[in-house]
Design a protein around this ligand. Structure first.
Ligand SMILES: [Zn+2]
Length: 334
């Protein structure tokens, strides 16, 4: 039987001591002098007994400086990891009774930095890379891309009979410069990379990768890049189910990172472990201000400067809470 949030964390104190455990699993360590003894100054603030340095348990985490309680943050993380499909700022706002839609959106952006671990490792082994348009179908929407579609580079690890881990990156266009940057940042040199014959991939050998160009073979009905196509299909399904296909480009980075976080942990059968993993990652990251997210700006197209903070959708619907433990993105057609 799956636990409820209240069975794991009931008080601010419980959240705080969990965070302290995560920060200092072997007991307190002063970041300045490595001292191992500290006074508790107040709540989560420690003072090193050796050098008087004060350090907060939330320093360097996404929780730092927030006016909201840790309990509220943990509940937000619970909510995010327990939604079957994507999370909306409106849903989060309602779930936590946050004051504004903009606050909920800012929380999602902070959580996003936790979903994408900083200094995460690059994928290695056999890798498939392709570029595809995702999203769109927005009635009356003009402008970038075809109906709000965004261009995404999909990097998928070939784990034999299944897909290993993935990386998703929104790119400005499919130029060699952009694709090379994605490859450099997401794939370990020496890996074997499969792509189609697009000229944007022509320098991979020089860059230290083994490169296999898979030719289109329409006559046999064979798919060129089966892993990339499968991932693209699952993202499209996921977006369609959670947003009826209408995802504004502004939200895309969040959804790509949320999808990646879930996909790469799709074999975890308990939501609770997903929840704790996200707390752990949230406790291990240095928060970035909203607008300076880790999706390297040189690759991503600028977001609409007129849009400002996102506005709630016009038609306000109650979010439908989904509590099932059984489906992650990725399980539909693996
Ligand atoms: Zn010290």
């Amino acid at each position: 039987m799956a636990k409820t949030f209240d069975q794991l964390f009931r008080t601010e104190e419980e959240c705080r001591s969990y965070l302290v455990q995560l920060r200092w699993p072997g007991g307190f360590r002063c970041p300045r002098c490595d001292g191992q003894k500290a006074w508790l100054v107040r709540r989560d603030l420690f003072r090193c007994q050796a050098c008087d340095h004060q350090v907060s348990a939330t320093a360097g985490t996404i929780f730092h400086g927030s006016r909201q309680s840790l309990l509220a943050w943990f509940r937000a993380i619970w909510y995010v990891t327990h939604q079957r499909f994507g999370v909306s700022a409106l849903g989060l706002q309602e779930e936590l009774s946050l004051g504004s839609y903009h606050t909920a959106w800012a929380w999602m952006q902070k959580l996003r930095t936790a979903m994408v671990r900083p200094r995460r490792d690059r994928l290695s082994g056999k890798i498939e890379i392709g570029v595809t348009y995702l999203g769109g179908h927005q009635p009356g929407k003009r402008g970038r891309g075809a109906g709000g579609k965004v261009l995404v580079a999909i990097v998928a690890q070939d784990a034999g009979h299944r897909i290993g881990r993935i990386r998703l990156r929104r790119i400005r266009n499919a130029s060699a410069e952009n694709l090379n940057a994605v490859v450099r940042e997401e794939v370990e040199p020496g890996s074997m990379i499969r792509t189609d014959g697009w000229k944007g991939f022509s320098r991979l050998e020089e860059m230290g990768y083994q490169h296999i160009v898979v030719a289109k073979d329409a006559s046999h009905g064979k798919r060129t890049l089966p892993l990339v196509e499968r991932v693209a299909g699952q993202i499209a399904t996921w977006l369609a189910k959670s947003h009826q296909g209408a995802v504004r480009p502004l939200y895309f980075d969040y959804y790509l990172d949320e999808f990646t976080f879930r996909f790469n942990r799709r074999t975890w059968h308990s939501r609770e472990s997903l929840f704790l993993a996200l707390i752990q990652q949230a406790a291990a990251v240095t928060p970035l201000p909203v607008g300076k997210m880790p999706n390297r700006e040189h690759l991503a197209p600028p977001l609409d400067p007129r849009s400002g903070p996102p506005k709630p959708p016009v038609s306000i619907k109650k979010p439908t809470p989904r509590e099932t433990d059984s489906s992650d993105p990725g399980e539909h057609s693996a």
